[in-house]
Write a protein that binds this ligand. Structure first.
Ligand code: SF4
Ligand code: SF4
Length: 250
């Protein structure tokens, strides 16, 4: 069992805008490129050109067709980038028997110390978001680091001290900042756009937030309401929340 630190005032995380993500995978590729050669790499691939390629990706983008809410309206395509949400109270840390999984007290980033990881996979069972990536090649658990080796890197210009995925996104669907500071640009964006937590009923308190798609001019889709309740009835939730729940429950 690994202890969590007390909640930090600083909560670094991502805000991902589902309204303007075009599913180009630039964020996933930039993440793979940066982290493969960095402090938290390599990110091995198995059978990369075969029929069933496998590999470690800290960030994956899934595309879905969301059923229309009204009859005769077209379906809506939503692209959903998925990576660690750097939760406030995640069981992925507390289940770790060696202390390899840990949450940083100073900024809330959740990391894995690969030298301590024994590859038992308990953390991946405890993560309801499917954000942990086990490397079969290396026998250790890996995951998004929020590019901790970029964001504090003083050899970079200030403007470049952001996660590689944020820098690469051509539509600016990804934003990085301190979600513990109500006056930060990311917190204001979340407040303005009704950003919400994924699966709040799990009680993990994810730091990363998602911004809902806006209603389309042709009437298809509808912006789901932010979910604040502890318990969510997904049978009556908006189509978007229903597919998120279905995807993450796999
Ligand atoms: Fe842990 Fe998963 Fe939350 Fe990341 S998203 S902190 S891996 S529970
Ligand atoms: Fe979406 Fe931006 Fe990632 Fe492309 S780079 S898939 S637009 S979040």
């Amino acid at each position: 069992m690994t202890m969590l630190p007390p909640p930090s005032p600083k909560k670094l995380g991502l805000v991902i805008d589902l309204d303007i993500c075009v599913g180009c995978h630039a964020c996933a590729v930039a993440c793979k490129e940066w982290n493969d050669g960095g402090e938290f790499g390599p990110l091995p691939d198995e059978n990369p050109y075969g029929a069933e390629p496998l590999g470690v990706w800290f960030n994956r983008v899934h595309s879905y067709e969301v059923e229309p809410t009204e009859k005769d309206k077209p379906a809506m395509t939503v692209h959903f980038p998925r990576s660690c949400l750097h939760c406030e109270t995640p069981d992925c840390v507390t289940v770790c028997p060696t202390g390899a999984s840990y949450k940083r007290a100073e900024d809330g980033i959740v990391l894995v110390d690969e030298d301590k990881c024994i590859g038992c996979k308990l953390c991946s069972w405890a993560c309801p978001y499917g954000a942990r990536e086990y490397s079969e090649v290396r026998g250790v658990m890996q995951k998004c680091t929020l590019c901790v080796d970029r964001i504090y890197n003083e050899s970079f210009e200030e403007i470049d001290r952001q996660p590689a995925c944020v820098m690469a996104c051509p539509t600016r669907a990804r934003h990085f900042g301190d979600l513990g500071d109500a006056d930060s640009a990311v917190s204001k964006l979340v407040a303005e756009r009704g950003g919400y937590d994924l699966m709040p009923e799990m009680g993990y308190k994810p730091v990363n937030k998602y911004l809902p798609p806006r209603p389309r001019r042709d009437g298809c889709g509808s912006a789901p309401k932010p979910v604040q309740d502890e318990k969510v009835d997904f049978s009556t939730a908006s189509p978007l929340l229903r597919w998120i729940d279905k995807v993450l429950s796999r």
